[in-house]
Design a protein around this ligand. Structure first.
Ligand code: SAM
Length: 215
């Protein structure tokens, strides 16, 4: 319970600072007003503890980041991480389910989507819950700019193959596909997520793809 209280406290601090938005749909089509500039918007779905998005936000002040995470409490940790790293106003967090993405962003409002180590939902009857299921791809297609991209990393080969098949079936163009990111030319500048560190530490290869919807 102590840990929970601490997380809630961290959450409240970041929320009071205006960095956690509980009603992201209020900003649909108006995120640029909130960020106070016209910089591109990149989102991560399922931030977990948030090292990835906080580090990106620190490294790229000219890009606006929105982190979406189902588990409300985890955002306390993300906020803490962002404060530790001295991240500025280019990172907003929102406790929400990505299934509602089209309520949060207007068509073409997002330049890039990151999916890192998404839950694999291994049972085939749960395939619809995978974040690269065709229904989710339609949501992403709707909010992405015409030249927008989705970047996916995972340790789960079945989820990766499923995702490649889903992208292909929905006419997404794929590039930089690797079955071993850390030994690939695309590892330079890679920011390891908390899950990535754990799985690669166990000797597991990391899969990665960049995909872009075709009109
Ligand atoms: N990306 C982090 C990493 O690589 O360390 C966390 C990976 S964890 C396995 C998956 C995260 O996605 C969990 O924190 C979970 O709560 C979140 N998540 C799952 N489904 C989601 C959804 N529909 N919308 C938002 N977040 C979701």
């Amino acid at each position: 319970i102590r840990g929970k209280e601490k997380l809630q406290k961290q959450y409240n601090i970041y929320k009071e600072a205006g960095r956690i938005l509980e009603l992201p749909s209020n900003h649909k089509g108006k995120w640029h007003e909130l960020f106070g500039n016209d910089n591109p918007i990149h989102i991560e779905i399922g931030t977990g503890r948030g090292r990835f998005i906080s580090t990106l936000a620190q490294q790229n002040p000219e890009i606006n980041y929105v982190g979406i995470e189902l588990e409300h409490e985890l955002l306390g940790r993300v906020g803490n991480k962002a404060m530790e790293l001295g991240v500025g106003k280019n990172l907003i967090l929102t406790p929400a389910d990505a299934i509602r993405l089209n309520d949060f962003f207007a068509p073409g409002e997002v330049s890039r989507i990151y999916l890192n180590f998404s839950d694999p939902w291994p049972k085939s009857r749960h395939a619809k819950r995978r974040l690269t299921y065709t229904d989710f791809l339609q949501l992403y297609r709707a909010v992405l700019k015409p030249d927008g991209e989705l970047h996916q990393k995972t340790d789960n080969r079945d989820l990766f193959e499923f995702s490649l098949n889903m992208f292909a079936a929905d006419d997404w163009k794929m590039q930089k596909i690797t079955f071993d990111l850390h030994n690939s030319p695309w590892n330079e500048g890679n920011i390891m997520t908390e899950y990535e560190e754990k799985f690669s530490g166990q000797g597991m290869p990391i899969y990665r793809v960049e995909a872009r919807p075709w009109p």
